[in-house]
Design a protein around this ligand. Structure first.
Ligand code: ATP
Length: 312
């Protein structure tokens, strides 16, 4: 669906996007992650056909977006970071207007507006003017306008930014629901969002792709992945754990719990349980850490920042 090859975008002497390549197929919810200024919005705007790349290409359904933006945009629904809304229009009036701009009229236009309203649960506010909407309903109105032409690709720039936790959940559920027969590419710096809805995550830092994997696989890169936290009583626990071949560092926390970190992300819980049995420790609790995306994000993006500073 999307094929981006070696995308570069310069603003004057500043290189905002520096050789980004990726391919995405149907059914994917791609989270585009990165610190502030990493190049997320710039990349999404290039994919949407609203910003020409300095070099490199993006194809959407085989159409070169920069060469043929109008044809490509027939398959794209784009929700920018801030969508311009006509404040004095009603929700349905606004959507009807945009449907007309997209070339639909009469019954076709009305049924498309109704479907978008239904999909985004806007029924209760359809006759309300936009200036009276809560942030959550405004955001859903923005999302509804991306669906009017039933695009195969949704590009959503920070779709849940500024929403309260309940509204975030509603919008995330809507996005998940829409993804089954489409591609959704969304930018965010909210890592829980990536865990909640994305099937794949690309981390971008300093305009470059620094990781591209499923959220679950990314978590295995966390230093805490497969770490074991143990509440146990017995003699010489720390010493014995440190001697286990796959255990690296062992720490004792303030509350007395012991944390054993594995070497190379190996599974160490069975060895630890074996040692507990052998040494007759009394274990009241044992927990295996599944890794944390925020740790990985920090590890990866901090390393990149550090590298840049070293070069500068
Ligand atoms: N129109 C522009 N003119 C000049 N510089 C720009 C322009 N748009 C973006 N930039 C710069 O390009 C870099 C990448 O910006 P971009 O908005 O793509 O980052 P981002 O990852 O979306 O950041 P954020 O998370 O803060 O929204 C930044 O340094 C930004 O200042």
């Amino acid at each position: 669906m999307i094929k981006a090859v070696d995308l570069v975008r310069d603003f004057g002497i500043r290189r905002a996007v520096d050789g980004v390549s990726f391919e995405v197929g149907t059914g994917t919810v791609l989270g585009f992650l990165g610190p502030n200024g990493a190049g997320k919005t710039t990349t999404i705007r290039m994919v949407a056909g609203f910003l020409p790349p300095t070099s490199g290409t993006v194809e959407v359904k085989g159409i070169n977006v920069a060469e043929n933006p109008v044809a490509a945009q027939k398959s794209i629904g784009y929700m920018p970071e801030t969508t311009p809304l006509y404040e004095d229009m009603t929700v349905s009036g606004f959507l009807r207007f945009l449907a007309e701009v997209r070339g639909f009229s009469g019954k076709e236009r009305d049924s498309r507006v109704d479907r978008s309203i239904e999909r985004c649960f806007l029924g209760p506010v359809r006759n309300q003017t936009i200036d009276t909407l809560s942030k959550g309903y405004r955001q859903r109105t923005c999302l509804a306008q991306t669906l009017l032409h039933d695009p195969d690709l949704l590009l959503l720039d920070e779709p849940t930014e500024g929403l309260d936790p309940n509204q975030k959940q509603v919008v995330r559920d809507m996005i998940k629901d829409m993804a089954s027969e489409r591609v959704v590419m969304l930018s965010t710096h909210v890592l829980e969002e990536v865990e909640a809805i994305c099937t794949r995550a690309i981390i971008i830092s300093g305009g470059k792709v620094v990781a591209d994997d499923t959220p679950a696989e990314l978590k295995t890169r966390s230093a805490k992945y497969n770490a074991v936290t143990l509440s146990a009583e017995g003699k010489g626990i720390v010493d014995a754990l440190e001697k286990l071949p796959n255990v690296g560092k062992v720490e004792t926390l303030d509350d007395g719990k012991i944390v054993a970190f594995p070497k190379g992300g190996k599974s160490i819980a069975p060895d630890i349980l074996g040692a507990a049995q052998q040494h007759k420790w009394s274990v009241s609790d044992i927990k295996v850490d599944e890794g944390r995306l925020d740790d990985v994000f920090r590890q990866i993006t901090t390393t990149e920042d550090t590298k840049k500073k070293e070069v500068a």
